[in-house]
Structure formats: structure tokens, C-alpha cells
Ligand binder design. Structure first.
Ligand code: SAM
Ligand code: SF4
Length: 439
């Protein structure tokens, strides 16, 4: 068996991080050990993201940088994976000649076989087929030692075709994992010490659509709620159009389900939501948020917003700002619209100039910072349950953890508290974290 080093560089979302973990597990079986030094590696994989142009540029420039290592080490194997690899296929070799391996998002399970073929035959391998079964999501990747929290993919792909988004083209049709496989993985995670799971999918609310025996998302989280050893459940991402009353009620009914939902709105303008093909109106979105808050007072609501989508006028933008003022998100991921090849939005008229997009984004972020700060200040004096995750980065006397509502709290405490749930009285709310004292 080999005893070689593997270096993986991951770009983009949590789904990619999870895919990289699975790659590492598969390659461990053929003798590759992870290193964080690319110069030491015999195999380098770059797991890419293509959601926005900036991510694409970063991945290619990193590939170019790492290719230089081949000059001193001609046996080094370099592989290009993920959404960009899916999109570019064999055309990657035209852009960066000496890449050995290009494989797409459905081909992770074939990695050992592909690496062996490159090693033995020194030929280029390109594998970007889509399959109608889930392969790689069922590979168990043990969490890093000491992890209290872990992501669990419950589905792959997406069928929503939002006009701006490449995911349905690059990750394929939506497919859900069998609930037994998911619960089995969560049980194994608890045996490794994990207490909190985040169920992961592009649209978790439509989980189960393609399953023969019928298990929807609420039934799935109810099963997770019954797993001994699991103390907290989270999920991401929820599509507003599929957010059911059943799921809203689950926040009141399932004790382990944490009081936080990431519910991307994308825009506050009905005209733009329609052009984006999101399938809900601003009024319907606000109504769902109101129901969530009625069922679960204090629930934290976070979101994604895109500014400068083709055709977005200053009136549409103002409607997004009005929506933010009305809802007051706990925090927000906000992006300038980035045109992606092959998406419906590429053909839309009314491109917004870059400078205008930049200004809209900046103004929106200033407003969100004000809301986040106000929300965090409002928690001063309240007692929060914190799962202690580790020592604080800022002070050796402090530990850090998260509230059920997903906010970071730092407080004085010994490392013996790590892994425990404790009550902390919040003394100060900052923009990015809270400060408190143990009760
Ligand atoms: N499936 C999730 C959903 O529907 O909310 C999110 C998927 S995507 C990885 C995360 C976020 O990236 C989206 O919510 C959207 O705000 C943003 N995004 C996707 N495509 C984009 C594009 N072409 N330009 C700018 N932002 C984009
Ligand atoms: Fe992309 Fe829309 Fe699917 Fe989310 S729901 S992954 S934004 S197509």
C-alpha cells in the first residue's frame, strides 16, 4: 500500500467542505494521509466553487500557483474537482495544461480508481458523468477529533432553477438520501462525540420528494430528534416557497431543534423575485417570517440577498431595503449579482453597472450591520444556553460557544467546560459576537 501525502484545497460552501472530507476518507483507504503543506504532497486536489465569478477566478489562480510545484516534482498528481470541474470538463487542460485529473460533483466515489489509473498509466482522466443514484453522500467521513458539531448531507442537487444559479446544472437533479442512511450516519457521529448536527441540502424543505416510502423533512428531523446523544439540530438551506406549516410548528414541538432558520429571500421586490424564478412574493415571505416568530418567539432569522440582478431599478432595490427594515434579520449574506454562463439570467436585459451594484451592496451592508448590532445589544441581560466548543481565540482565560440561535458567545471559563451546555448571562452585544458570564 502507498504511504503518501494528500493536500486538499477547498473553495466555496459547506457542501464542498463535506465533499472534501469524503475525498480524504476514500483516499485514506489507498494510503494517502492528509497534510496541510502542499509542497510535501504527492497528490493535490482543488475542490472548486462556481457560484460567483470571483470564486472561479480564485480557484484557477490557486491551480496555477500549485502547478509550479510540478516543476520540482514531476510525479506530483494534481486533480481539479467540484462545480468548476463539472462545468469545464476536459477544457480545463486547455487552460492549465498539466492537470492530471478532472472530476465532477457526482464522481467522488470513483476517486481511488481514477487516482490509481493516473498513477499507473500517467494518462489524463476526466470524469464528469451524472448518475441517477446517490453514491458519495453515503460515504462516512469521521469528524475531526474533538468535534462537537458536524454537517450531514441529506440530499444532493437542486430542481429549482433560480434564474441566476448554476447549482442545478453542476450538481444535478435533486435526490434525497434514504432516512435510514442518514440516521445511521448521525448515530456513528454521536459515537465520535458529536452533539450537534446541521442537516445540509440546497433546499432541505423538499427533502423526500423522490423517496419511494415517503419521508418528508419534518418526519426526518423528528427521527433525528429521537437519536440519543444528539442535543442540537440545525438545518440549511430552507427555500421560502417550500417552508411548510409543519416545519414552522416543529420549532415549537421538537426540543432539540434550535431556534434559527436561514431563509434566503434574495430580493424584496416582487418584480425581481419573479424574474429570479423564486416562486414566492415578498408578502408571502414576510407572512412566513411572522408565523415563525409567532410559533417560536426569539427565533433568529438569517438570509441571503443578491443586489443588482438584471433589471433591478432603484425602486426594486428600495423594496429590498424596506423588507430588511420590516424583518430585521439577525445576520445576512449579501452578494453582487454575478453573471453565470448557461443560466436564464444571462439572457436578461437591464444589466446593472458594476459601480451601482457595489454602492447598493455597501449601503445594504451598513444597514444590516446596524440591525445585527441592535439585535445583539437587545440580548444584554438575557440568559442563553451555550454549547461550549473550545478555547476562545482572544484570551486563554475564555471559552467560546454558540447559542441555540447561532450567535457566538465568549465568556470566562475553564477548558473543562468544552462539550458542555451551560447558561450564560449576556453582558455585551458586539457586531460579530456576544460577551457573557456563566450563571
Ligand atoms: N440553495 C440555497 C438557496 O436557494 O437559498 C443557496 C445556494 S447558493 C450556494 C448560496 C447563495 O449564493 C444564494 O442564496 C444566492 O444568494 C447566492 N448566489 C447564487 N448564485 C449567485 C449569482 N449568480 N450571483 C450572486 N449571488 C449568487
Ligand atoms: Fe440555486 Fe435556487 Fe437551487 Fe438555491 S434553490 S441552489 S439558489 S437554484
Amino acid at each position: 500500500m502507498n504511504n503518501k501525502y494528500l493536500y486538499i484545497e477547498t473553495f466555496g460552501c459547506q457542501m464542498n467542505v463535506h465533499d472534501s472530507e469524503q475525498m480524504a476518507v476514500l483516499l485514506a483507504d489507498i494510503g494517502y494521509r492528509l497534510t496541510d503543506d502542499p509542497a510535501k504532497a504527492e497528490l493535490i486536489l482543488i475542490n472548486t466553487c462556481s457560484i460567483r465569478e470571483k470564486a472561479e477566478q480564485k480557484a484557477f489562480s490557486e491551480l496555477g500557483r500549485l502547478m509550479k510545484l510540478k516543476e520540482g516534482n514531476p510525479d506530483l498528481i494534481i486533480g481539479f474537482a467540484g462545480c468548476l470541474a463539472q462545468h469545464w470538463g476536459a477544457k480545463v487542460y486547455k487552460r492549465v495544461k498539466n492537470v492530471d485529473l478532472v472530476f465532477g460533483t457526482h464522481n467522488i466515489h470513483r476517486l481511488p480508481e481514477m487516482v490509481a489509473a493516473v498513477q499507473e498509466e500517467r494518462k489524463k482522466i476526466t470524469q464528469i458523468d451524472f448518475y441517477s443514484e446517490i453514491h458519495s453522500l453515503n460515504i462516512f467521513a469521521p469528524p475531526p477529533k474533538g468535534s462537537l458539531s458536524s454537517f450531514v448531507s441529506i440530499m444532493q442537487g437542486c430542481d429549482n432553477y433560480c434564474a441566476y444559479c448554476v447549482v442545478p446544472y453542476l450538481r444535478g437533479r435533486e435526490m434525497s438520501r434514504e432516512p435510514e442512511n442518514i440516521i445511521d450516519e448521525i448515530r456513528k457521529l454521536t459515537q465520535c462525540g458529536v452533539k450537534e448536527v446541521t442537516l445540509l441540502g440546497q433546499n432541505v424543505n423538499s427533502y423526500g420528494k423522490n423517496l419511494e416510502h415517503g419521508c418528508d423533512f419534518v418526519s426526518l428531523i423528528t427521527k433525528v430528534n429521537n437519536v440519543e446523544g444528539i442535543e442540537r439540530i440545525r438545518f440549511t438551506t430552507s427555500h421560502p416557497k417550500d417552508l411548510s406549516d409543519g416545519l414552522i410548528n416543529a420549532f415549537a414541538e421538537l426540543p432539540k431543534l434550535c431556534e434559527h432558520i436561514h431563509l434566503p429571500v434574495q430580493s424584496g421586490s416582487n418584480r425581481i423575485l419573479k424574474r429570479m424564478n423564486r416562486g414566492y412574493t415578498a408578502e408571502e415571505y414576510v407572512e412566513k417570517v411572522e408565523r415563525l416568530r409567532a410559533v417560536c418567539p426569539g427565533i433568529s432569522i438569517t438570509s441571503d440577498i443578491i443586489v443588482g440582478f438584471p433589471g433591478e431599478t432603484s425602486k426594486d432595490y428600495q423594496e429590498t431595503i424596506d423588507m430588511m427594515e420590516k424583518i430585521r434579520f439577525d445576520s445576512l449574506f449579501s452578494f453582487k449579482y454575478s453573471e453565470r454562463k448557461g443560466t436564464a439570467a444571462q439572457a436578461l436585459q437591464g444589466k446593472v453597472p458594476e459601480a451601482e451594484k457595489r454602492q447598493r451592496l455597501k449601503d445594504l451592508q451598513v444597514l444590516q450591520d446596524r440591525h445585527t448590532q441592535e439585535k445583539n445589544t437587545a440580548l444584554e441581560g438575557c440568559v442563553q444556553e451555550v454549547l461550549v466548543e473550545g478555547p476562545s481565540r482572544n484570551s486563554a482565560q475564555d471559552v467560546t460557544g454558540r447559542t441555540r440561535s447561532w450567535k457566538i458567545v465568549n465568556f470566562k471559563g475553564s477548558p473543562a467546560l468544552i462539550g458542555k451546555k451551560v447558561l450564560v448571562k449576556i453582558s455585551r452585544g458586539y457586531l460579530h459576537s456576544l460577551r457573557g458570564e456563566m450563571e
